[in-house]
Ligand binder design. Structure first.
Ligand code: DX5
Ligand code: ZN
Length: 222
């Protein structure tokens, strides 16, 4: 089983205290910052722009894990500040030219994944596997934080692991995103998840501070 990784979802952060939060994450060994980019069209919400998140590069060296919830991402690569070592996921449902989108972000130096909405079958990945580095399984309907995990999410994670292993992609990580709670995360891990997008129901939970939440969360996904 691959080492588990935590990617806090920055849209859940306290931006009045972002410098301290990023420093805490760095001290806790957080591996990626999950950056939700939304255009209000692919999903009915608008969040951080790349111009804003680009500024965080001045105060943290943690690589970005961009989750592009935008239409036709292949046409918008110049708007996204990608550095070597970043992850970029593009939604299968967001463009007729999803392979082109993968190629465009790979050319910018990112490791690229395909994000799948809850109802999208995993077999759409069939002819993309050789071109991608990971799969992002949405465990909520994309667009908002604070939602509840959709039915069949755990089954879909397990089915994705089997699908990848059967085709010789045993080392391809599965990322999960949405209500990755203290309760759900161990079940997701057991089902085959490797990269955990942690938001309001875990690292940003009001039950403890960010550092303690990260420490507690890490123990649950070993
Ligand atoms: C939703 C985003 C998630 C979200 C996670 O579309 O992709 O990253 O912010 O928030 P929680 O963990 O609260 O579901
Ligand atoms: Zn996300």
């Amino acid at each position: 089983m691959k080492k588990s990784t935590i990617a806090p979802s920055l849209m859940c952060a306290d931006f009045t205290n972002i410098k301290q939060e990023l420093s805490t994450m760095q001290q806790c060994g957080i591996e990626f910052l999950h950056i939700d980019i939304m255009d209000g069209v692919f999903v009915p919400n608008i969040t951080l722009s790349s111009a804003v998140v680009k500024q965080f590069r001045k105060i943290t060296s943690i690589p970005y894990d961009y989750h592009l919830m935008i239409t036709n991402p292949e046409q918008k690569a110049d708007m996204i500040d990608v550095k070597d070592g970043d992850l970029v996921s593009v939604h299968y449902e967001s463009t007729p030219h999803v392979l082109k989108a993968v190629q465009v972000y790979k050319a910018k130096g990112a490791k690229v994944g395909i994000a799948l909405n809850p109802a999208t079958p995993i077999n759409v990945l069939e002819y993309l596997l050789s071109e991608i580095d990971f799969v992002l399984i949405m465990t909520v309907n994309p667009g908002f934080s604070g939602q509840t995990m959709v039915p069949n999410a755990l089954e879909k994670i397990a089915d994705t692991r089997k699908f990848l292993d059967k085709r010789g992609y045993k080392n391809m990580p599965i990322e999960v995103d949405g209500n990755v709670s203290f309760d759900n995360a161990p079940k997701m891990r057991k089902s085959g998840a490797d990269i955990f997008v942690a938001g309001t129901s875990s690292v940003y939970s009001k039950d403890a501070d960010l550092e303690q939440n990260i420490i507690n969360f890490r123990k649950l996904i070993k």
